[in-house]
Ligand binder design. Sequence first.
Ligand code: PLP
Length: 476
Amino acid sequence: MPAPGGMPPGEFRESGHRFVDWVADYLSGIDEYPVLARVQPGEVRDALGDEAPQSGETMEALLRDFEGVVLPGVTHWNHPAFFAYFAISGSGPGILGELLAAALNVNAMVWKSSPAATELEEVTLDWLRGFLGLPPEFIGTINDTASTSTFSALAAAREKLLPEARERGLAGAPPGRVYTTAEAHSSVLKAVHALGLGREGARVVPTGPRRGMDPAALADAIDHDAASGYRPLAVVATIGSTSINAVDPVARIAEVTAERGIWLHVDAAYAGVAAALPNMASHFAGWERADSIVINPHKWLFTPVDCSVLYVRDPAALRAAFSLTPAYLETAEQGVTHLMDHGLALGRRFRALKLWFVMRYFGQQGLRAHLARHVALARRLAEKIDAEPEWERWRPTPFSLVVMRHAPADADGERRDALNLALIDHVNRSGAAFLAQTVIDGETWVRFAIGNIHTRAEHVDTTWKALRDAVGAVAD
Ligand SMILES: *Cc1c(COP(=O)(O)O)cnc(C)c1O
């Protein structure tokens, strides 16, 4: 019998069962762990040894160090009281999908290099598109992260709208510009820089009081730039900004971009999946007119990191930016997709498998139920905050992120900021929950992001109580 993956068959099977048992125990006992890792910088590194062992070790020894050295240095994103950043989930079907994908270890660069990986990706993303109510023109590709997806979208926009750069690079081309707001994720500016458009390549458009993009100001900025020798390339609109979940008015922005023939990219990395809920339609009005949309199933669709989906209306535009086939990758098949043509990466993991498992295991109804449950938990928390005179909530709360702060009458400015940071720190140190802060107009607020599949009302309630109790504790 051949040795599976270089291990004796019995050992692979036995370790495999043990490791799956370990995962099952870990997930069912996840409440017991401190959410935020308690290690000091360097502590994990110092426990690891300076060089790889000369002779091989047993899986027993590996598991021992995984538990003894690695695990204490892990922040538990699976914990139901993980409310920092955006809460995510390693769901059962997603984890098992990852296991099988690792076992197959295919690299879906071209169709032939793994036909099923390519076609399953296409079908699963068609399903997801249907789930989100997007029209069939949108063709999806899975990338590692939204940052990569946005980079690809803006590269396609640059290729299409700045064709002068194709042969001789940017030096001989008019300066290109991408429009977004101060609320946009940092990945937008990163992409603009990486695409060689420079700091001036991004123009920040003013926003209204709720921090959504002002479409009239956008139109003025584009027209002014076009008249001054700039080449407007793309607008990046956000549905559910990272800091406070601001929503840009995409329908009105789409009118501005359509009239001027420029690319509209919608960043809905976190909130995009909420489009599957009928009562959320107003936030997504007009997004079907975008040229490209990014959504991360690894954020709020119970799929393990990493899985980001880029939908584009015109895959030929992506291919124009990225297709470059060396002789050893030429293949004879016609009418098939080669995923390597849709972005910078040649090699592609079989990420569709876990997403396919998640969509089949929960079903559209099950996924909607989890999303609706999270939104309801956020509404419930919002009501509780609103009932407390010394607490303030950033409004609105459109999805499952709640932004709040303690605002007692006797503390304002820097004192209030320091107080809120102290409250967050107090809760995080307790190990019972993990919250993060954000800054709005220079002032500190608490972000309470609900989205983990294990999170129930009791976790939200206990953490909200811990925050209020912290007021007394930090005053002492
Ligand atoms: C999280 C987030 C991103 C970046 O996601 P990565 O997948 O980590 O690159 C981009 N945009 C928004 C709105 C986000 O919330």
